[in-house]
Each structure stands twice: as C-alpha cells, then as structure tokens.
Design a protein around this ligand. Structure first.
Ligand SMILES: Nc1nc2c(ncn2[C@@H]2O[C@H](COP(=O)(O)OP(=O)(O)O)[C@@H](O)[C@H]2O)c(=O)[nH]1
Ligand SMILES: [Mg+2]
Ligand SMILES: [Zn+2]
Length: 292
C-alpha cells in the first residue's frame, strides 16, 4: 500500500494512506544500515502487519528534500510577508525567494496583514513582484480573503516560509480551518502567535493537498549559491542572460549589460535589482572570508 509520512516521532512514522487511514510504522532495518532516514512528506510503500501496525518497505523517489526542517517533496513554497507590522523588508523577501528558486519549487508570494496597510502601501509591494510571481494579498483575520490562495494551493504539498511575525502560523490555521493550534487570535500585545512548532508535520487541507507545519523555513542565509548562479535565480533576468556584451557579466558596472538596460527601461524592477546586487556582494564577502 502507498501512503505519505505525515509525522515522525521517536522512531515511529505515521503514514496516511489514500483511504484516509493512518498507520503507525517502523522503518525496515535496512534503511538504517543504508543510512536512509525517512522524512515527513515521503511517499512510501508499507505493509500492514497482523497487529495493525505497519512497516515502511520502500521510500519512493523524492522530488526534493530539506535538512532544516527535515521534510521531503515540497511542491510549492508560499513566501509569506506582512504588509505592515513588521513592515515589508524586500531584501529579506528576496532572500526567501532566492532560496525557494534554488530548490526548484513552485513559488507563490503572499502578502499578509492587508487589513493593516493602506491600499497604496499594499500596491507598492505588489508592483515589485506581480510580473514575476503570483501574488496574493490576504488578511489572516479575514479568512474569506484567503480563499483564492487556498484554491491555488489545492492538491499540492505546500510549505509556508517567511520572516517571523509575518503570520504563517495564523494563515496555516485558517488553511486547516482548525483551532487546534490556538494562534488564530490577534494579540497586539505580544505581536506573536502562541503556537511553537517542534516537529515537522503534514496536515491535510480541506480543498485537497497537504501543508507542512514546520518550525523552520524562517531564517535562511543565501544557501550555497555561487556568484554565477545568482542571476538564474531571478526569473525576470533569465531571458536576458547571454545577451550582455561579456559572457561573464555579473550585471554590476559592465558596459553593454542587458540586465541593467532592462532596469533602466523598467521591465526589471529596481528594487529587485537592488536585492540582486546586495546578495551578490554578500556572496563575494562570504567567499572572501573563506580565505581569511
Ligand atoms: N492584523 C493582523 N494581524 C495578524 C494577521 N496575521 C497574523 N497576525 C498577527 O501577527 C502575529 C504573528 O503571527 P504568526 O502567525 O505567529 O506569525 P509567524 O511568525 O509568521 O508564524 C500574531 O499576533 C497574529 O495574530 C493579519 O492578517 N492581520
Ligand atoms: Mg509561527
Ligand atoms: Zn549583464
């Protein structure tokens, strides 16, 4: 029987099968021997034993895997940022976007707390991204605003990522339509929800698909991205790469740069270009420090 690991605790894996049953499983000893650790999100083959428990026989090939948090098979990252409180930091949003690009997942940008921002403030953030990524403006305190996002996510394995305080846990609660985690209330005093997630866990969404609740995906450094790879992680740059005068153009001050021409012409947003430059310099700084 095939199923998906929705939780792993103390050597047990909880596998949900198509018929909606959840089986408590052990992994075959052979996994340990081969150094294979089943992850939440893994699609697996299981055999049910006479006592009702089951064993994981086989892990089906993974689409992708993440170490921190340890989850597999993420289809879509929803990068959540707040329109206000905290104010959107485009540099940080772009780091999350680069990370998700690097992992070759589908990406959706979600701007939350639209109830706190003025229409023009919201539009300003949206304008930077809307030609590059699907952008959904929502307010977790008005669950009906989340419906279009929810429909876009149906049938996928979704992980929420984004800076702390942006409203990920609150949105997750709305998506699960569950009060179990008790973060749904808005507390202006603490500015934080109360729920702290300790284990990765997969939850079913009412419209189909699963969502990862994970403690991680909040603070990334730019992961092992090489200088020459970075431009490829900005989707709006990619069509232009190869059109610069110099093959090794890093799109900084080089003459005949197609990327900078696009920034000047407005088809690449200057905010995005600024993030690119900051990240490139950060990568260079990191490379330099390697040798010191
Ligand atoms: N006004 C308002 N507050 C929100 C919204 N979404 C979340 N919050 C509040 O913002 C705080 C941080 O939310 P939380 O879900 O814990 O953020 P996380 O760190 O990204 O998981 C909590 O106090 C939430 O109640 C929203 O759309 N509007
Ligand atoms: Mg949270
Ligand atoms: Zn260039």
């Amino acid at each position: 029987m095939t199923g998906i690991i929705i939780k792993g605790i103390a050597g047990f894996y909880y596998v949900k099968t198509k018929d909606g049953m959840v089986y408590q499983c052990r992994a075959r000893g052979i996994f340990k021997k081969d150094g294979i650790v089943p992850m939440v999100g893994d699609r697996v083959e299981i055999t049910v034993l006479p006592d009702g428990d089951a064993v994981v026989d086989q892990i089906l090939p993974r689409k992708n895997e993440f170490i921190r948090p340890p989850v597999a098979n993420v289809d879509t990252f929803v990068i959540v940022a707040a329109a206000k409180n905290p104010d959107p930091n485009l540099g940080i949003i772009d780091k999350f976007l680069v990370m998700a690009e690097k992992n070759r997942t589908e990406i959706i940008l979600c701007i939350n707390k639209s109830d706190l921002a003025k229409a023009d403030e919201l539009e300003m953030v949206k304008a930077v991204y809307k030609s590059v990524y699907p952008v959904y403006c929502v307010s977790a305190v008005k669950p009906e605003t989340i419906l279009p996002l929810e429909q876009a996510l149906a049938g996928r394995n979704v992980a929420l990522a984004g800076p702390s305080g942006a409203g990920k846990s609150t949105i997750l609660n709305v998506l699960q339509r569950s009060e179990l985690m008790e973060t749904g209330h808005v507390s202006s005093k603490t500015g934080r929800g109360r729920h702290t997630t300790r284990h990765a866990e997969l939850f079913e969404m009412p419209l189909g698909g699963m969502i990862f609740d994970t403690p991680g995906f909040t603070s990334f450094e730019i992961p092992d991205v090489a200088e020459e790879e970075l431009p490829h992680l900005y989707p709006e740059f990619t069509a232009l790469l190869g059109m610069c005068r110099y093959d090794n153009c890093r799109h900084l001050k080089e003459p005949g740069c197609a990327v900078r021409a696009a920034v000047a012409g407005g088809s690449i947003k200057k905010e995005r270009y600024r993030s690119y430059v900051m990240q490139l310099l950060e990568i260079r700084e990191r490379e330099k420090n390697k040798y010191l």
